[in-house]
Design a protein around this ligand. Structure first.
Ligand code: 5GP
Length: 211
């Protein structure tokens, strides 16, 4: 049986570039699976159902909540977002490291349910850079950008609860740092209870034989 994968949560302000980092990670390595969220937000130009998100109606989303099909969900700037549970569980048991790209409220809910999850927060070098990135992306109106900036300020308060804060100043370096963090997480003692028990048993046997 494959060793169970790691659940990694990656959050970052809208415009932090976390999406690009995740795409790079996925294209370079084959041990990661990116969870696809459900949302009630309308698709942006170029976004595809089942690839970027599962775009669903509010009724459908609320049905998923009732049926306990979501690992977590949150509201973000007037829309629902949530992580379908089945895919995450399936990939973790296949031994894949599963990445959830979700906002802070959801991230903290994941931590409650999966205390082993690794939480990373990706941030651009400064706030002006963030505003600039949202502006040049050109997918949102000024009003929505303002709301997203306000939400980012709220989210900043929750960053201390994350395990890692990664500054996205250079894409390649940032991808490398995230990769290192995820690899190191495999070696955490909490994940190696079985190995630890075996060693302890071996010590017992050894000391018994010594007598
Ligand atoms: P966007 O509308 O820009 O695609 O996403 C808005 C925010 O919702 C981002 O911070 C994104 O990471 C977050 N998000 C996307 N999917 C989920 C999800 O399944 N659960 C939660 N809690 N947040 C999500």
């Amino acid at each position: 049986m494959a060793e169970r994968g790691i659940l990694a949560v990656v959050s970052g302000f809208a415009g932090s570039g976390k999406g690009t980092i995740m795409q790079e990670l996925l294209s370079r390595y084959d041990n990661y699976a990116l969870s696809i969220s459900a949302t009630t937000r309308a698709p942006r130009a170029g976004e595809e159902h089942g690839r970027h998100y599962f775009f669903v109606s509010t009724e459908e989303f609320e049905r998923m909540i009732r049926e306990d099909a979501l690992l977590e969900h949150a509201r973000y700037v007037s829309n629902y977002y949530g992580t379908p549970k089945a895919y995450v569980e399936e990939k973790l048991s296949e031994g894949k490291d599963v990445i959830l790209e979700i906002e802070a409220q959801g991230a903290l809910l994941v931590r409650e349910k999966y205390p082993d999850a690794v939480l990373l927060f990706v941030m651009p070098p400064d706030v002006n850079e963030l505003y600039h990135r949202l502006k040049t992306r050109g997918t949102e109106t000024e009003e929505v950008i303002r709301k997203r900036m306000a939400r980012a300020a709220e989210e900043a308060e929750l960053i201390v609860k994350y395990d890692y804060l990664v500054i996205n100043d250079d894409l390649d370096e940032c991808v490398a740092r995230v990769r290192t963090i995820l690899q190191a997480s495999h070696e955490r003692t909490g994940r190696q209870a079985e190995r630890l028990n075996t060693i302890k048993e071996q010590f017992k046997l050894f000391l018994k034989e010594e007598k």
